[in-house]
Write a new protein. Sequence first.
Length: 82
Amino acid sequence: MGRHFGNLARMRHIITFSLSPFEQRAFPNYFSKGIPNVWRRFRSSVFRVVPPMVVGYLVYTWGTRVHEQGKRKNIADYENDE
């Protein structure tokens, strides 16, 4: 009466390999190759990422400061009121 789930399609000429989780190493070459690779990739992209972020931060803080100054009342307009 039909096929069970997991055996619905027959794949031909496809070879799959698997490795037991007990034979795998969780962090192979982590300290010898992983950390230097992260440092190299960071160095190569820092000058493309940081300048736009700094400019964006400066524009945002400038805009916030100008907006707050614009919301304040001018005291000279109210000097002669009693």
